[in-house]
Write a protein that binds this ligand. Structure first.
Ligand SMILES: CC(C)(COP(=O)(O)OP(=O)(O)OC[C@H]1O[C@@H](n2cnc3c(N)ncnc32)[C@H](O)[C@@H]1OP(=O)(O)O)[C@@H](O)C(=O)NCCC(=O)NCCS
Length: 135
């Protein structure tokens, strides 16, 4: 049974293990928790039986016109059950009053986001890999 929550109450770094799969220098669970607290909005997918956060999505927003969704992840063991779709759908619902919501993704995820109502657009970005673990 997966519970969805906008609250970080009671969430500790121990609840956040296993994320950032494939990142060469991932943020630690403690840094992950800081990221969640610093975000303007989060949706968590929680498996209470396992005492684990199993998925999350974050958003940064000015609250007036625009929002950006920087991070979305579902733990590998929980993928393919609709949790990612729920997270994005709930976040889009939460941000629904705004004019623009943007995110950047690899081309293979286009069908996933298209199904949720997003359209392909062109993005420009920069990455500092020496800062991948956060500061
Ligand atoms: C993307 C992600 C959040 C989807 O979570 P999920 O809980 O598996 O999503 P859902 O179960 O709601 O939807 C799964 C659908 O997305 C598709 N999908 C997920 N990841 C995909 C990928 N990398 N490439 C292509 N399709 C993908 C699945 O094939 C599936 O399609 P189907 O329903 O037709 O079988 C999850 O795969 C993940 O955490 N990936 C690693 C991190 C990542 O890529 N985050 C997105 C950054 S923009």
């Amino acid at each position: 049974m997966i519970r969805y929550s906008h609250s970080l109450d009671g969430v500790t770094p121990e609840h956040l293990t296993g994320f950032f799969v494939g990142w060469p220098a991932p943020p630690s669970p403690a840094t992950h928790l800081r990221i969640l607290h610093a975000s303007h909005a989060v949706v968590l997918a929680v498996d209470d039986q396992a005492a684990q956060v199993v998925g999350y999505v974050t958003a940064l927003t000015d609250g007036i016109l625009s929002a950006y969704i920087p991070l979305l992840e579902v733990l590998p063991a929980y993928q393919g059950r609709g949790i990612g779709s729920q997270l994005v759908g709930r976040m889009l619902g939460y941000l629904g009053e705004l004019y623009m919501v943007d995110l950047v993704c690899d081309p293979d995820l286009e069908p996933f986001y298209s199904r949720l109502g997003l359209a392909r657009s062109h993005a420009m970005s920069t990455r500092r890999y020496d800062r991948q673990a956060g500061r």
